[in-house]
Design a protein around this ligand. Structure first.
Ligand code: G
Ligand code: G
Ligand code: MN
Ligand code: NA
Length: 250
């Protein structure tokens, strides 16, 4: 279990960095954005996964300052990318319903000069479970800033369908567990097809995560998925490698 002091010290010492994984648009065959993924190099444990330390940061009340650091850094770095390229930032449930989220987003945009339309926030269904009442108001405030909001890890939480109907999401991210099992004998092809159809009828973009093979890509293309992301294109890379990734694909 990670020590609270280590996380606090890391934030103070700027021991975090963001890596970026490209998101590829299938209609234009171009990279259209990058997802920011938080990385922490612990002085003795080495690389610690956000899956491990984000829950601790939530527990000890550090998620708000940490999440605001992520927002600022992602907007600053993305403001130097070509105009068509967006940045997607993961927002935890606790951070999402914190009083300061909308202000933090507005400040990060203003200070970086990044237009709101180039920022996407990814939230999971757990956000909606935690506080459905507050969520609608927050989503509308964010949309007022021009920011887009995506439902992340779609299909892994609860009550996905009713949430999609009630909340104004711009994008559905199909969880990588469904992409991994495409094509096999117990394949998830029918689920992926259904989610893409759902996105189409709700006017939401669909993005498939965890695309690792050409066969998965071909299936997703044939099913009319809008965007794909995964090791087939690139692992998350440090910010200095972003221009090379763009050059390679665009
Ligand atoms: O690359 P990967 O190991 O980075 O991510 C593991 C998990 O941590 C994923 O569920 C991802 O959404 C989450 N994650 C990565 N970066 C961030 C972040 O900046 N904020 C939050 N809240 N979650 C993140
Ligand atoms: O929960 P979220 O979707 O934000 O998490 C993204 C996670 O998926 C990160 O840990 C990221 O490093 C990982 N990831 C991204 N692309 C792939 C992929 O093609 N295969 C696998 N196994 N993991 C991936
Ligand atoms: Mn995500
Ligand atoms: Na996901």
């Amino acid at each position: 279990r990670l020590v609270e002091q280590d996380l606090r010290a890391a934030l103070a010492a700027e021991a975090f960095e963001l890596h970026y994984q490209p998101i590829y648009d299938l209609a234009s065959d171009r990279i259209c954005g990058f997802e920011a993924l938080l990385r922490w190099n612990h002085p003795t444990r080495g690389r610690v996964s956000p899956a491990e330390f984000i829950p601790v940061a939530e527990e000890i009340g550090l998620i708000v300052p940490l999440g605001e650091w992520v927002l600022r850094r992602a907007c600053d770095e993305a403001s130097r990318w070509p105009d068509g390229i967006k940045v997607a930032v993961n927002v935890s449930a606790v951070q999402f319903t914190s009083a300061s989220l909308v202000t933090a987003v507005r400040d990060a945009l203003r200070n970086s000069g990044l237009p709101g339309r180039r920022l996407e926030l990814e939230i999971t269904e757990s956000v909606l479970v935690a506080n459905p009442g507050a969520t609608t108001a927050i989503l509308h405030s964010l949309k007022g800033l021009g920011v887009r909001v995506s439902m992340d890890d779609f299909g892994t939480g609860y009550s996905s369908l009713s949430y999609l109907r009630s909340f104004p999401f711009d994008k559905i991210k199909i969880d990588q567990s469904f992409v991994r099992d495409l094509g096999g004998p117990n394949g998830t092809d029918f689920i992926v097809r259904a989610v893409i159809g759902l996105g189409d009828s709700l006017g939401m973009t669909t993005t498939a995560e965890g695309v690792e093979t050409e066969a998965q890509l071909a299936t997703l293309r044939a099913e009319g998925c809008d965007e794909v992301q995964g090791y087939l294109f690139s692992r998350p890379v440090p910010v200095e490698d972003v221009p090379a990734v763009i050059r390679r694909w665009n």
